[in-house]
Design a protein around this ligand. Sequence first.
Ligand code: ZN
Length: 412
Amino acid sequence: MKFKLVCVSCSREYDPDTSPFTCPDCGSFKGTFDVIYPYEQIRTGFDGTLSNIRNKSVWEYFLPILPFKNLYSLPPLYVGGVPAFNSPNVSKYFGFENLLFKDEGRNPSASMKDRATAVAIALAQESKMKSIAAASTGNAAASLATMSASVGLKPILFVPKSIPKPKLAQLLIHGAEVIYLDCDYDTAFDLCQSACKKFGMYNRNTAVNPFTGEGKKTVALEIVSDLGEAPDAVICSVGDGCIIGGLYKGFYDLNKLGLIDRLPRLYGVQAEGAAPVARAFSENSVISPAKSVKTIADSISVGHPRDGIKALRAARNTSGEIITVSDEAILNAQGMLASKAGVFSEPAASAAIAGFLKLREAKIIGKEEKIVVLITGHGLKDIDTTMNNIKSAVDITKPDMESIARKIEKYR
Ligand SMILES: [Zn+2]
């Protein structure tokens, strides 16, 4: 057996060949699984350093701690390998010399969801499934539509009608079966769960499929491979909590293999109007799902966070935090990153930048620290929100040289 599944709440262990996706004793909300590998056995294959990775992808180098059997089960579209880069403009402006942005918008469907989808597709192919389903606010569905098209699997996608148009366009152009629902994401998720059970589709739903987090963790593997060490802190946005949970798992695995000697502090950022995980963190309690949520950041507009337990664990076990930012701060952060670093991030991704600014203001992160901010999706994914925010900056110029001269005079 390549790994075992362990319930995050009761620690009961399950055999992956015969177990359901979540612990029957704890239910689908509390009983999500960790994928635990035989680390002692695997670490002998590594020499305690990352020097052997050289030209290999994280998928190839870290195959022993990934849940699928064969590298060739992955979709042919290349996922990951995105740069963690420093923006001299932003660093200088804020005085953070070791600030890095990991631009996940460069993945095939323009979001970090592709990492989770790549693993789900590999497993669906290895179990000879014909269709694969997911509920999504938009990015996971767009990712599944993109990747499925490359291997001939049929994606069945449950999306709320609030999905931004560019994401819906991705689903349709890639030939997905779209279940376009007059409800919120949380209800769409429950419907998808029931449909998977009833119709026997491979279930790619975040968190209840324990392997989505195994895909997300590859970002941590990549960060450490790029830097040669763990950073001091990583900041990301939080909706369901799968990304921060996956980050934690990636650093945890690397630590177990003896490749890093400490885990970075993990900071999760939620929108004020959709913040059940942040509330549980600040009250030091368990998560109570929010009855309704409201934020312009559609990808993290989640009231019932499916990976909330792992998100809380990630922040608590690394001396990090889960914080909130306002929609206004998110839009300002989006503008800052686009105009100073040349990176266009969607609102949910921009929440991580807003979180960086808030943590900096509160001096929770230090100028000398090595910090990675995850940009989880591209800004063209939600153009309406951006245009609504900046439309006042656009005016019409008369088509004559005199008017153009007036416009550009100050730059000469
Ligand atoms: Zn359990």
